[in-house]
Write a protein that binds this ligand. Structure first.
Ligand code: ATP
Length: 357
């Protein structure tokens, strides 16, 4: 078990011009932690992981495993286990031969290797599958072989790059629970790359949300969900409305904002937000924290339904409030509610939160 530190790490590719694929990233991952790099395509998460693995060297900055500086060390000298999206298994070898591969390279004795392969297959719930051919396994089983192959060398860090994207939805959910269990049982520090926010939330101890090569926020799933730092994070994690509202006052950890109906409300804000009366605050409020009510209820924001979609668990609506489109997810909607109807919106004030642009 070892902690992993990235200090002001940047990566520029020669042919990509001036823009940095990874731009001044600082991350400290605790020993034994399941840490996820999350963000849209092209945000730099794979490049970051590849620098930890040693496939790319940073243009500037340092990477440490514990106290050791590994910034310019080649991949085979880092003790990392890698799991890729496409499994990268050897199709002509048996399951056991695939898992044993890293041990052979490390010149581990035959008896010891056999024992460790069995142990690794047991960890991923594939005991007894050693003699099978790779093409006799399902996609989910192949990914578990890839995981066993990474774990068998007892790596100091386990690096996983979108390992579930080739699996269908149901298998993906089962396998993510498995990966999480295996990581916790082995105690290996894990860094996981995904663009799937639900996957990141379900698996991770902490998440770094990245955009355009930069880290926007690092935090536990609940923290990122309930206290997004920026408008980007609020919209990328789940769904969110980010309302621009005029500031009329505030304290160190709250602001008072004006609402479209002329009323005012107090909204929680990060300590030291620095917003002053006369400025505009960006306020995040999630669709499930807005209730539907009648236009006559005191304090309700009046609006008109412009879209309505029944999904089974909830009904998703878009409501036009004074020219601003507000997303609402309601468990119960009045029977017969239709596009064009006037409704009142009740904002759950204690769930509203001020974000940075
Ligand atoms: P995806 O989910 O699509 O894999 P990502 O978040 O992992 O995206 P990266 O693959 O890290 O993003 O890419 C970040 C940026 O760096 C992109 O603009 C990409 O085009 C660029 N990039 C990545 N690898 C190289 C390379 N070898 N040479 C030049 N540019 C690169």
């Amino acid at each position: 078990m070892i902690d992993v530190t990235l200090e002001s790490v940047s990566k520029r590719f020669a042919r990509a011009g001036d823009t940095a694929a990874v731009d001044d990233v600082d991350i400290t991952i605790a020993a034994g932690e399941f840490f996820t790099l999350l963000g849209p395509s092209g945000c730099g998460k794979t490049t970051t992981l590849r620098m930890v693995a040693g496939f790319y060297f940073p243009t500037s900055g340092r990477i440490r495993f514990g106290a050791e500086d590994v910034t310019r060390r080649p991949p085979n000298k880092r003790d990392t286990g890698m799991v890729f999206q496409n499994y990268a298994l050897f199709p002509h070898m048996s399951v056991a031969q695939n898992v044993a591969y890293g041990l052979k390279i490390r010149k581990v004795g035959r008896a010891d290797a056999r024992r460790r392969v069995e142990e690794a297959l047991g960890q991923v719930h594939l005991a007894g599958y050693g003699g099978r051919r790779i093409d006799q396994l399902s996609g989910g089983q192949q990914q578990r072989v890839a995981l066993a192959r990474a774990l068998v060398i007892r790596p100091r860090t386990l690096l996983l790059d979108e390992p579930l994207s080739n699996l269908d939805a149901k298998l993906r959910e089962e396998t993510r629970t498995e990966i999480r269990r295996i990581q916790k049982e082995s105690g290996t520090t894990a860094i996981y790359v995904t663009h799937d926010q639900a996957e990141a939330m379900a698996m991770s101890d902490r998440i770094a949300v990245m955009e355009s090569g930069r880290v926007q926020q690092i935090g536990a799933p609940r923290e990122i969900y309930h206290r997004p730092a920026t408008a980007f994070v609020a919209r990328f994690i789940g769904r969110s409305n980010v309302l621009s509202l005029p500031v009329t006052g505030g304290t160190d950890d709250s602001v008072t904002v004006g609402l479209p109906d002329g009323g005012e409300t107090v909204v929680a804000a990060p300590v030291g937000h620095g917003l002053r009366a006369g400025e505009t605050a960006l306020v995040s409020v999630r669709p499930e924290h807005i209730g539907l009510t009648s236009t006559t209820e005191p304090g309700a924001l009046p609006g008109r339904v412009t879209e309505l979609e029944f999904t089974g668990m909830a009904t998703n609506l878009i409501v036009d409030v004074a020219g601003e489109s507000v997303q609402v997810a309601a468990i119960d909607v009045p029977a017969g509610l239709a596009v064009g109807d006037q409704v009142g919106l009740r904002l759950t004030r204690e769930r509203m939160w001020v974000v940075r642009p």
